[in-house]
Design a binder for this molecule. Sequence first.
Ligand code: HEM
Length: 431
Amino acid sequence: MSEGLVSATAAATMASLTTSRLLPHAKASSIRLLPSLSSPNPKPSSLCFRSLSSSSSFAFLPPLLHRSPWRRTVAAAVPRGTAGSATAFVSDPDQLKSAREDIKELLKTTFCHPILVRLGWHDAGTYDKNIEEWPKRGGANGSLRFEIELKHAANAGLVNALKLLQPIKEKYSSVTYADLFQLASATAVEEAGGPKILMKYGRVDVTGPEQCPDEGRLPDAGPPSPAGHLRDVFYRMGLNDKEIVALSGAHTLGRSRPERSGWGKPESKYTKDGPGAPGGQSWTVQWLKFDNLYFKDIKERKDEDLLVLPTDAALFEDPSFKVYAEKYAEDQDAFFADYAEAHAKLSNLGAKFDPPEGFSIDDSENPVPEKFVASKYSSGKRELSESMKQKIRAEYEAVGGSPDKPLKSNYFLNIIILVAVLALLTSLLGN
Ligand code: HEM
């Protein structure tokens, strides 16, 4: 299939997807990624998604852009507050802001908040703090867009999140996948009523599927020792007990689907009518609202229709986790504060930023513009040189004065001179 044809098919498919809700699993599972079909090590440009029934609908061409060194002119890329910086950013701040507005629209029409949060988490959560080298260390680097990683068992269903975001990616070519995934996740939390997350952007994308992490870095929901397993996985990411508990609170959103993860009921009274694609089992009654009810519900376990994974239960069983879980069940503000901090940290794991310190797209976080200091600017008057000043001083002193104070007038002397001049004139005229 030529690139042009793939792109055309992709565009048509994407247009239809923007208006659709999350695909039911049967359809999603029939979607396969075809890496240049037979190539064992496909180039990104040759990757395409395609339905197994070849005539039916889904195809898209992931990134053409990331093949080339993707740098743009400095003028277009410098964010407000850093005027004059000579650094070109990989993601463009203005495009990120516009993409955020499009994500908000997408959320309103598709109710895809939960899966976008899960997408961001699964891209970042492969990070291994013991590996220094990027992108080997994993983390928020956009690698989850490649088939090889999407096919990891833990990522079942996330191809749907990618499909929802792809039209936005295509519209904003100067936004990296790594940034887009994290932007979508943070925006979804905020739009669901969660805390404001102080995010930074500028994440660099990996360029090929060979840079994807090995399978097995994300947590299992039902390991033999859930608390120990959570620590193994999250400590490897450099996160601590408080962050494990706070981040688990993201399960206040969304559902588990047995046909994807193997966990949860096919449907419950809270999910059978959607919103979004119906089905699955949620952790909370209002699973599109970000609040602290996840902690209350798993503590009380009163409702059989609500899900509690073994790793969720561990939060109230392990003594160290329990301290935080109890606190968050009682105090939503405490949960929101800790969640926002942990989410921002998660979103940066393993990321390589350009510029290295990243940048904000929230105006209020931009550095305060420098105060206007008049003394820094020329007044238009020319300063006298030191030698000129000394010369003037010497001339003043020669007549008994100084440049700092005016000469005193000698009235008597002036009158005598005036009288003498007048007398001289009179005698000259008389002759
Ligand atoms: C603590 C270890 C964790 C385990 C074992 C775990 C496991 C799972 C499982 C099994 C599902 C169901 C997936 C499906 O069937 O579609 C799920 C969904 C979800 N997870 Fe986690 N998760 C963990 C941590 C996290 C974290 C840290 C976040 C975010 C910060 C998160 C966010 C979500 C969301 C939002 C969903 C719902 C997705 C949807 O409705 O499509 N999870 N998780």
